[in-house]
Ligand binder design. Structure first.
Ligand SMILES: [Zn+2]
Length: 121
């Protein structure tokens, strides 16, 4: 009578422990592993997005610098064209230098072309 009671007691106390271990090993651990994988995947995605955004921003900044440089060059060019312009002897309007000609000018009013002071446009 004493021994079966002991066996029953052992079985009743060990069964919940075994159930707990089985649940832990086959349910809790896999779920935690899956959650960890999902977290890692999301973090990798975030890093990739951040990398793309950073690259895009750098590209845009480089483009803005290029455009600013071009704008300054154009302004300097237009400034030089204005500063080197002569007055047309035929109609009296402004005649900017013709680039690459060394000393020739074309009137903006009548289109008259003529030679004048040497220029480097
Ligand atoms: Zn003219």
């Amino acid at each position: 009578m004493k021994e079966p009671a002991l066996v029953i007691a052992i079985v009743f106390t060990s069964v919940p422990i075994i159930i707990f271990i089985v649940i832990y090993v086959f349910v809790v651990i896999p779920r935690e592993m899956a959650e960890e994988q999902e977290r890692k995947r999301i973090e990798a995605e975030k890093r990739e997005k951040l990398r793309l955004v950073t690259e895009e921003r750098k590209r845009i900044e480089a483009q803005e610098r290029r455009l600013e440089l071009e704008r300054r060059k154009r302004e300097a060019y237009e400034h030089n064209m204005q500063a080197l312009s002569l007055t047309c002897r035929r109609c009296g309007k402004i005649a900017p230098p013709i680039p690459g000609t060394g000393n020739r000018y074309r009137c903006g009013g009548c289109g008259n072309q003529f030679a004048g002071a040497a220029h480097r446009m």
